[in-house]
Design a protein around this ligand. Structure first.
Ligand SMILES: O=C(O)CCC(=O)C(=O)O
Length: 281
């Protein structure tokens, strides 16, 4: 009897140890990936843009859907921290995993100016090896190619399906996902459209926003980096934007028709969910 008890305890202890080792090594892998930015390196000499202050409300999942609708949906941007766990999606977005699984798939690059007129189809691998690079401070937005949106949804579906979407919604709206990858110092200059969410998977992204009735002064062909260096330092207190720099696992929500411009501090992987009115809902 005593021998059986001893044997059972031994088996139990072994099992607990086994589970602890497995959980710990998964955790460590996730941390290693985050620490290495998923292999999307940026040389420190190419980190020309810096993170800025954050004057936007930040919430964890204690914000209810009702609170979101009352305080933010149509009124103000908001940042969410740790409201979803996209560590599995993050693993799939490491450089080695994306190049291996999606290298031969086509993506359509857009010029990084306000109206993104230019569209250039290339393979994902070509973009990573030949085009993705840190922003040169003198290069214009209309001369910079940027990957955001415009993937063939069917081909990229296995990846996008793994993304856990933000847990907040706008009644009567449907959402479309847009995947992005861009170099340090790149970004999209001020523009506006419908409401949406933007999450950073790797890297850091600085967001600048203005309400619909406060159009900022900017040149649509100059980059957000050029605006930051030329115009931002001259802004009066009352002209300063809403802004925040978000990192992996953080999500920004921007309301309908709010002006927004983005600036990637590091080489960044990101995903947006654009919301549009769905008459059938
Ligand atoms: O995340 C970005 O850099 C650009 C996102 C954006 O502003 C947009 O797609 O409208």
């Amino acid at each position: 009897m005593a021998a059986t008890k001893f044997f059972c305890r031994w088996i139990e202890a072994f099992f607990v140890l086994f589970v602890q080792v497995c959980v710990k090594s998964e955790d460590t892998d996730a941390h290693k990936l985050l620490y290495s930015n998923g292999g999307w390196y940026t040389d420190t000499e190419n980190l020309i843009a810096q993170p800025g202050p954050c004057n936007i409300d930040v919430w964890d999942n204690s914000l209810t859907q009702q609170g979101f609708l009352q305080k933010y949906a149509e009124k103000a941007p908001v940042i969410f921290r740790s409201v979803t766990d996209n560590s599995n999606f993050r693993k799939l977005c490491s450089k080695s995993s994306l190049v291996e699984n999606y290298g031969s798939k086509e993506v359509v690059l857009s010029s990084a100016n306000t109206y993104s007129y230019t569209k250039v189809p290339v393979s994902f691998q070509h973009y990573v090896e030949e085009i993705l690079r840190p922003q040169d401070a003198n290069t214009l937005g209309n001369e910079t190619l940027y990957l955001f949106g415009d993937q063939n949804y069917t081909e990229w579906e296995p990846l996008l399906d793994q993304y856990i979407q933000p847990p907040y919604y706008l009644p009567g709206h449907t959402g479309a996902l847009s995947f992005g990858l861009a170099g340090a110092g790149t970004g999209v200059p001020f523009h506006f459209h419908g409401p949406g969410f933007g999450e950073v998977i790797y890297g850091r992204k600085r967001w600048f926003l203005y309400p619909p009735d406060q159009q900022p002064a900017f040149n649509p062909n100059r980059t957000t980096l050029q605006w930051l260096m030329e115009k931002y330092p001259q802004l009066e207190e009352s002209e300063k934007p809403y802004e925040c720099t978000i990192g992996p696992g953080e999500i920004i929500y921007f309301p309908d028709r709010w002006w927004h411009g983005t600036l990637n501090i590091d080489t960044s992987v990101f995903i947006s969910k654009f919301l549009a009115i769905a008459p059938w809902l």
